[in-house]
Design a protein. Structure first.
Length: 439
């Protein structure tokens, strides 16, 4: 893909109605992008069905949810959950009685990890065990789901799985240096990617973030064939990230967060959608804007691209409601600090010679650099200092707005999607929000 394929016009279609089924392929934890789709599905009167990743017992064995956990999960979802554990990835899988990849990483230290080596033939055996487990569970889920979707109805499968970092202490220390370190604490992201630890993490990212989308599409083939034969339609969506167009120097320009370690897995996710699309299956990856979440907090500076959304709200004719968002954000800053000054700092950051190097779509995802870390992490720290309360940040409000805007855009576009990979940039997010709040 040579350039982003961006959604420019607000979609108007909607094939989904009461009696149709929305399937969340990934457990709902807290508030995130998936909530927007679920809200739209509920508005349409769809039946909501979810899954669980399961839980680990005291021996790290995967188990279904107990009655109390299931009740909480179904309450959060607002629908029924098929209680078959669908934990993705292979970091805790191994042939019976043998060590898992996570076990093999346990002895790595900050001094040794770049030189420590893994047995890749053995790692492949672990991966095969994990994939077989996951596919078997998908088959059980689909067998149960088949009886819950009536003939002739439409089905919306929303893939939300992502991640795959093994839970080992050494990685937390490495991550703090790569994603938050500058000066003497700076560490090159290339050092991680060239290590056996990094290669294992990339493999696990592929399994969790991308390959599970393929397993979903393959595993639901019988349901898809039955519904299409009886007059229904089936759609698949997944959440991507591949940079976002934001206002820089008065124009919408593509930019990205570097280093985004999951970038290769997100491109693999796009490839899955493209391959499915080529066979007539309507599968679409939506590349969504950067937001601040619990999981993104480790990436210092990822939130900086959110601020120009305020300018986009005005530029896309937001009127009084857009001005109210500016005022809300002003109220979060310390006395004597203006929102205009904050936005000027962001503009200087985005137009700097350091950042312009990373606006290279063809080279994505790029490694970090010392100059990038100094500027990005430094700017992030300075922006946080401009707030009254570190727990009440402008980016928190803007993240909520992005979540609000993406839900209806994805839901309606999926009825008649323009292609297998689409970008939701600040322009269309602002248009959608302004439309929703225009009355």
């Amino acid at each position: 893909m040579n350039s982003p394929v961006s959604l420019r016009d607000i979609p108007q279609s909607n094939i989904f109605r009461k009696g149709d089924v929305f399937v969340l392929f990934g457990e709902l934890f807290g508030r995130g992008y998936a909530n927007g789709l679920i809200n739209e599905a509920k508005k349409a009167g769809m039946t909501i069905i979810g899954i669980t990743v399961g839980r680990r017992d005291e021996n790290n064995a995967l188990r279904p949810l107990n009655d109390e956990e299931l009740a909480v999960a179904e309450s959060n979802l607002g629908g029924r959950i098929i209680n078959v554990p669908l934990m993705a990835g292979f970091d805790l899988d191994a042939p019976a009685g043998e060590p898992t990849p996570t076990d093999l990483l346990a002895d790595m230290t900050l001094k040794s990890w770049q030189d420590d080596r893994l047995d890749w033939q053995y790692i492949e055996k672990c991966r095969e065990v994990g994939v077989a487990r996951f596919k078997s569970s998908v088959a059980r889920v689909m067998a149960e789901l088949d009886g819950m979707i009536p003939d002739g109805s439409n089905a919306f499968f929303a893939h939300t799985m992502a991640g795959g970092i093994p839970k080992v202490k050494v990685f937390l220390a490495i991550a703090n240096r790569i994603y938050k370190g500058r000066g003497e604490r700076f560490m090159s992201s290339r050092a991680l990617l060239d290590s056996d630890l990094g290669k294992l993490i990339l493999m696990n990212f592929d399994e969790v973030t991308a390959n599970t989308f393929q397993y979903l599409i393959d595993g639901s083939a019988h349901i898809r064939a039955r519904l299409e034969k009886s007059g229904g339609q089936v759609r698949y969506t997944a959440y991507g990230y591949h940079g976002t167009e934001i206002l820089i120097d008065g124009k919408y320009q593509w930019q990205t967060y570097s280093n985004y370690t999951q970038g290769r897995a997100k491109m693999r996710l796009e490839n899955v959608a493209e391959a499915a699309w080529a066979t007539g299956i309507k599968a679409t990856v939506y590349n969504c804007p950067e937001i601040r979440t619990n999981s993104s907090d480790i990436f210092a500076g990822v939130e900086l691209s959110l601020f120009p959304l305020l300018k986009a709200l005005r530029q896309e004719n937001g009127g009084a409601w857009a001005e109210a968002q500016w005022q809300t954000c002003r109220s979060l800053l310390q006395e004597g600090i203006t929102l205009e000054a904050l936005l000027q700092k962001i503009e200087a950051y985005n137009t700097s010679s350091v950042m312009s190097v990373f606006r290279n779509f063809a080279a994505w995802p790029m490694d970090n650099s010392e100059a990038l870390a100094d500027l990005m992490i430094g700017t992030s720290d300075e922006i946080i200092q401009m707030h009254k309360d570190r727990k009440e940040l402008v980016v928190g409000h803007l993240s909520a707005l992005v979540l609000e805007g993406t839900g209806p855009l994805m839901f309606h576009e999926t009825s008649s999607p323009a292609g297998p990979v689409l970008w939701l940039n600040h322009d269309i997010i602002a248009k959608q929000l302004n439309l929703m709040h225009s009355s």
